[in-house]
Design a protein around this ligand. Sequence first.
Ligand code: CTP
Length: 424
Amino acid sequence: MDKPKHILLIIGGGIAAYKASELIRLIKKSGMTVRCVLTESGAQFVTPMTLAALSENEVHTTLWSLKDETEMGHIQLSREADLIVICPATANLLAKMAGGIADDLATTLLLATDTSVLAVPAMNVRMWQHAATQRNIEQLQKDGINVMPPDEGDMACGEYGPGRMPEPEALMAEIASLMGSPFLTVPGADTDETELGANPLAGQPAFAPDQHRPLHGKHVLVTAGPTREPIDPVRYIANRSSGLQGFAIAQAAAEAGAQVTLVAGPVHLPTPAGVMRVDVETALEMESAVHDALPADVAIMVAAVADWRANTKAEQKIKKKGDAPAPLELIENPDILAGLATHDKRPGLLIGFAAETEKIAEHARAKLAKKRCDWIVANDVSGDVMGGTDNSVHIVTDTGSEIWERMPKSDVAQKLVQKISEEI
Ligand code: CTP
């Protein structure tokens, strides 16, 4: 297992500091670890005790602690981090950073670090708009610091304008993207916490009112990943599907406002925000989870379902006997996609995927007819598509076909969701 990603969170002195507590909870929930540095003025707004309890780590407040300098010096604090987040970043902290001033623990470690830094400014609108602050922001961006623009709205000081700290979910999305994590896990996104029918947008950064999202009110069913067909207690038949494309489609559909059920084979991917995930292992389990999730307005069958399974699963590990290999009798798995096409609760729009290495459109068209679905998204898997981050696809429908040149799987997902929205 990879070591969990680690965030060093610097909390400056501003009323928005209280949001840092929620951010710590979200970071921990996403599987990352977090350690806090609290500035002297930050401690006027939140206590080290709160941060220590939430982060389950010691909170660091001063440069002049001999114990810390021997056991966990300021250099080590930043070195162990994959990302340093300053939240809230006050005008004063930003000014010191831009000027290279190091007069406390936070500013010293920021000057001493070569780790990526995300600054989340939050301050009064006039302080934000002041020429000095804007000059400092420009300088920090030139210096390679990531600056998250503040939100606009009513402020704690009674004024209105830009300067408000974004909500913790939006901060978490920014952190996940800087960490190169394609998906964001937030509370409510886990299988055990999300129920079908619950608000699918819970925890998502708001980007449009619900009713303006093109798939608002629609139920979208997605299958993703491989299936794993057991041979005996330790062996199985599987394939190289990473699940990335299916998860990206589930995420894009949820962002478009849909209620999404994601039936996932065994993959190590976090659940996209607002998605109801059902984990399965075998093709038979996947088929039954898909049927349980009906009715759906749209079904997108991205999973690389194993075509075959072992006829019997040996109860004990199969042992070598002499030179002859153990016989393995295979039987065909049900075709989940084709089964949906003739189901009495057939989704209004049924989309299959196909993996092809040659004659892509031609093979896809044959598959469209054979499986009686509405569209086939054919992957060109002649290169490094399986497990890779990019995809190039042919979309084949009854009326024609189109080619989408190589692009990130997340872009394929968004384009596909866009096309689905136009269709329904
Ligand atoms: N599919 C399914 N159930 C199966 C097999 C496939 O639902 N038992 C779905 C996949 O999720 C995908 C499409 O059918 O949407 C792929 O069909 P498949 O015939 O497996 O195509 P390829 O993987 O391209 O395989 P081949 O070209 O060997 O037929």
